[in-house]
Design a protein around this ligand. Structure first.
Ligand code: DGL
Length: 262
């Protein structure tokens, strides 16, 4: 272990920045590399086999190139499908991002929870399992939205969002049977905390949003406790494909000064 080895964050796009922010707060001494698979974006509308093949292979190449001390899969879709395969393939500690159903169930008073993710995430057996283990006495209403992912990317590029777009994207969740009792919503896609204000405005009553960011920051700090850190290079972001106009400015706000394309 060298003191300059980074922590590598991986997502299909810029959603993982919602995980970078709390980890940065917890570990300002660490060097970060942010990898966005923009050539494979979006993941949420792909099938399981594609993601299961793509993510471990790509992370293997990224690990060879950047030699991270730890990898955060800052993507619920990739984590719920490929976490086991990535752990089996790589000799690096891997922290995944999976829907925060447990803390949501702990705080819901109405025992009605919304799980807002991508279509690929909300249909995973991983989510069935979390629901059975931690929310068996709750009504859990799952909703997959590709539009919210697109809107979050647009917001990060600095584009104005069409009026009503966020409201329309979550309308089916609220209109589902029992949806009027939802008091807690799991943001089960890392893009969605980037739209926290818009989501709060789009729900006509107070609802608590829960995501995995704080828990991941604690986990990363725990797994790297006692390690030496030196920041001798700027934090870098790497894209496997296109880098949208406006993204470099957003990435700089999150501390990534160098932007590379693969
Ligand atoms: N940010 C990702 C997630 O947490 C996926 C977005 C996408 O590529 O569809 O699920």
């Amino acid at each position: 272990m060298h003191a300059d080895q980074p922590i590598l964050f991986f997502d299909s796009g810029v959603g993982g920045l919602s995980i970078v922010a709390p980890v940065r707060m917890a570990m300002p001494q660490a060097r970060f590399v942010y990898a966005a698979d923009s050539a494979g974006f979006p993941y949420g509308t792909r099938d399981e086999a594609e993601i299961a093949a793509r993510v471990p292979a790509l992370l293997g190449r990224l690990a060879e190139r950047y030699r991270p001390r730890l990898i955060v899969i800052a993507c619920n879709t990739a984590s719920t499908i490929a976490l086991g395969a990535v752990r089996a393939a790589l000799d690096v500690p891997i922290v995944g991002t999976v829907p925060a159903i447990k803390p949501a169930a702990e705080r819901s008073m109405t025992r009605t929870i919304g799980v807002l993710g991508t279509a690929a995430t909300v249909r995973q057996a991983y989510v069935d399992d979390l629901t059975a283990r931690f929310a068996s006495d709750c009504r859990v209403i799952r909703h997959g939205s590709a539009d919210l992912v697109t809107l979050a990317e647009a917001k990060l590029r600095g584009e104005p969002l069409p009026a009503g777009a966020v409201r329309n994207a979550i309308a089916p969740m609220l209109a589902a049977e029992g949806g009027d009792a939802i008091d807690t919503v799991v943001l089960a896609c890392t893009h969605f905390p980037l739209l926290a204000d818009e989501l709060a405005d789009a729900i006509p009553r107070p609802v608590t949003f829960v995501d995995g960011g704080a828990g991941i920051a604690r986990r990363v700090a725990y797994l790297t406790a006692g390690q030496a850190f030196v920041r001798d290079q700027p934090d870098a972001a790497v894209f496997t494909g296109a880098i949208g106009d406006g993204l470099p400015i957003a990435l700089q706000r999150y501390g990534f000064e160098t932007i590379e394309q693969w």
